[in-house]
Structures are given as structure tokens and as C-alpha cells.
Design a protein around this ligand. Structure first.
Ligand code: SAM
Ligand code: SF4
Length: 345
């Protein structure tokens, strides 16, 4: 009963206390929470699901994030870099398939000079597409140059807002610099996406509630939230990994707290649960990111296991599979660039 009141308050006021978020994250039967998020999703961002064509252009990484298969010290994976021309070819394929956003993602690979990235961005902009970058922590100046070249959005998950846990999982990195990056990106006029990994060892519901409060405080434009999936040859390979239901509660609460933002049903959610995309779309999500890169590289971008089956066209995140899935849910495929609607601001 109390929980019903809380959900109603969230649905109408889009604000709630931390203790109340924790209560909702602990709900035994979250169906009413999910339904409220679905109503708010429809009211603010409609039935469109925006497709963002993902190109994973390099799997080299200098960082050592404990959860990630691409971490620098992992010598067991084969590394690759796409040529600028190959990246542009993939973007052209995406444009021809009707996509309106390209996401360029990589490890933190210092090989690509900002200048080179700017040239790639300029070429892709000629295709009349929005560009999202997801290439990690850079200097203020670098972010400014990429913006000037035409980048529209940036994805940089905070991963966890608990400083102690953050420091433990990211040796050599700093929580303060991560936040500095997000602030710079906002200031420079990017649409800013952040988000968390759910199910990190030592993470509590209180910490997840703090993550949601952080997202609201910085007024995130996009939120990518997915389960942590343990990856072989990383320090966390024997951990348990994230729980699908908690991810769905985080999606629903994100939608209720920030009604007009873009929220993907993440690939990790779909890898963890066969029905992951569908469940995500029913709990507030309105974005999916099909992988439009080359098959030979998809296999090598191994953040976690299960991402790419032997036959990549059978991957959960292939464009064809995703289009079918969206229509099967009586949702529509977004035809425009799908910027944040900013209804409340
Ligand atoms: N290097 C950039 C960065 O870290 O922001 C972009 C690429 S990184 C692979 C993108 C996201 O993958 C990270 O923000 C992290 O949350 C997610 N990721 C890494 N390892 C993962 C794992 N084992 N399970 C689920 N997600 C993972
Ligand atoms: Fe590198 Fe990003 Fe993986 Fe961290 S999450 S190791 S920065 S690719």
C-alpha cells in the first residue's frame, strides 16, 4: 500500500527521497512500478524506439577497469583498429538502412589523434546523422574540438557513484576526473549520457539509489544501465554478475525520475536475458543500439561473454533482429535523430 503511494508520487512529481528509492528497488512485486514507468514513457517520449547504429572501432584500451574484457592487461584477446575509411563505410551502410544516429565506441585508445577523429566525424555528418561518441575520458580541449567537428552526444557511464567502490574497480583512474568529464561535456553542449553497471561486487541498493539521485542532479540526457556480466581473464571473472530484475527496476525508476530522456534497453540486458530487450522496452526504455560494425571485428570486442554468437547475424543486437522485435511489441521505429525532447525544461 505504502509502495503504491510512492509510485503514484513518482509518477506525478518525478521526485522522491533516497530511502523511498531503496524501498522501491527492494520491491517483491515490481509490476506496478514497471507499469507506471511504461505510462510515463508513452506520455513523454511516445511509442517510437530510436535506433542508434553502433560501430566499435577499436578494442585497444589503456585502462584497467576490473570488469571489462578489453582492459589493457588482458593479453588473451586479439586487438584491432578499424581504418577511418572502414568506419565511414559502416556509417554509410547505417545511413542507407535508415539510421539517423551513429555511435562511435572504443577502448581508451590514444592511437587515434583528435584530428583523425574530427575528420571521421565531419565525413559522417555529411550523411545527415547525429553522432554519439563513447571513447572515454579526455581533456576539456579534446571534447571541445570533437564538438566543434560535429559530435552531438557523448556516453560516459559513471559506472558507480560510490567513490570507494569506484576506486577499487578502477585502479589509476579517479572518480573526480570522471565527474569532471561529465561536467565538461554538459558545459560544451553535448547531450550527455551516463549510467551504471548493476551487480558489481560490493554494490548495495543504497548505492544504486545514490546513482539515480546523481543522474537526476546532473540532469542526464541519456542513461545506459545494464547488468555487469563477469568476463573471463579479468579480476572479476568469478563474481556473480548483475540481476535482471534490479536492472529493470533501475530503468523504471530512471524513467520516472527523468521522464523525457532517452533510455536504451542495453545489449548486456539482452545477452543476460533472452527477453531482455522486450522487458526493457516495457519498463521505460525507448532506445536500442544495433551493432552495424563488421562481423570480423564484432567477435573481438569482447567486454563480456555471450555478446557475439558464432554466426554474428544471429546476434541479439543485429539490425534485422531489432527491427522485428520493436514491431512485434507494437512500438514504432523512430525516423528522426531522436534528440531528448526536453519537455520539462
Ligand atoms: N572505453 C569507453 C568507456 O569505458 O567509457 C567506452 C567503451 S566501454 C567498453 C562501454 C561500457 O561497457 C562501459 O561503460 C561499461 O559499463 C560496459 N562494460 C564493460 N565491461 C562490462 C561487463 N563485463 N559487463 C557489462 N558491461 C560492461
Ligand atoms: Fe577500457 Fe572502457 Fe573497458 Fe574500461 S570499460 S577497460 S575504459 S574499454
Amino acid at each position: 500500500k505504502d509502495n503504491d503511494v510512492l509510485i503514484e508520487k513518482l509518477e506525478t512529481q518525478h521526485d522522491i527521497e533516497k530511502e523511498e528509492i531503496v524501498m522501491l528497488l527492494a520491491l517483491k512485486d515490481p509490476s506496478k512500478l514497471y507499469q507506471a514507468a511504461d505510462r510515463v514513457r508513452r506520455k513523454y517520449v511516445g511509442d517510437d524506439v530510436h535506433l542508434r547504429g553502433l560501430i566499435e572501432f577499436s578494442n585497444y584500451c589503456n585502462n584497467t577497469c576490473f570488469y571489462c574484457g578489453l582492459r589493457g592487461p588482458n593479453r588473451t584477446i586479439k586487438r584491432y583498429r578499424m581504418e577511418p575509411e572502414e568506419i565511414i563505410q559502416c556509417a554509410k551502410y547505417g545511413a542507407a538502412a535508415g539510421l539517423k544516429t551513429i555511435v562511435l565506441q572504443s577502448g581508451e585508445d590514444k592511437y587515434f589523434k583528435i584530428n583523425t577523429l574530427c575528420k571521421i566525424i565531419e565525413e559522417i555528418k555529411k550523411l545527415d546523422m547525429a553522432i554519439t561518441l563513447s571513447i572515454g575520458e579526455l581533456t576539456t580541449k579534446d571534447y571541445a574540438e570533437l564538438k566543434k567537428a560535429g559530435a552531438d552526444r557523448y556516453l560516459l557511464r559513471i559506472e558507480t557513484t560510490n567513490k570507494e567502490l569506484y576506486q577499487k574497480l578502477h585502479p589509476g583512474m579517479s572518480y573526480e576526473n570522471r565527474v569532471r568529464c561529465l561536467m565538461d561535456l554538459k558545459e560544451l553542449g553535448y547531450e550527455v549520457g551516463t549510467g551504471s553497471l548493476v551487480g558489481l561486487p560490493g554494490q548495495t541498493l543504497e548505492m544504486l539509489a545514490d546513482d539515480l539521485i546523481f543522474f537526476k542532479k546532473i540532469d542526464a540526457d541519456m542513461l545506459g544501465i545494464g547488468p555487469f556480466i563477469p568476463c573471463e581473464n579479468t579480476p572479476l571473472e568469478r563474481e556473480k554478475g548483475g540481476n535482471v530484475e534490479i536492472v529493470l527496476k533501475m530503468l523504471a525508476l530512471s524513467r520516472l525520475l527523468l521522464p523525457d530522456i532517452n533510455i536504451p534497453a542495453t545489449t548486456a540486458l539482452a545477452v543476460k536475458d533472452k527477453e531482455g530487450y522486450i522487458k526493457g522496452l516495457k519498463c521505460g526504455a525507448n532506445v536500442i543500439m544495433p551493432n552495424i560494425g563488421k562481423d570480423e571485428y564484432k567477435k573481438l570486442y569482447k567486454l563480456y561473454p555471450g555478446k557475439v554468437p558464432d554466426n554474428p547475424s544471429e546476434a541479439v543486437n543485429s539490425l534485422e533482429n531489432i527491427k522485428k522485435l520493436i514491431l512485434s511489441q507494437n512500438r514504432t521505429i523512430g525516423k528522426d535523430k531522436g534528440y531528448r525532447k526536453k519537455i520539462l525544461n
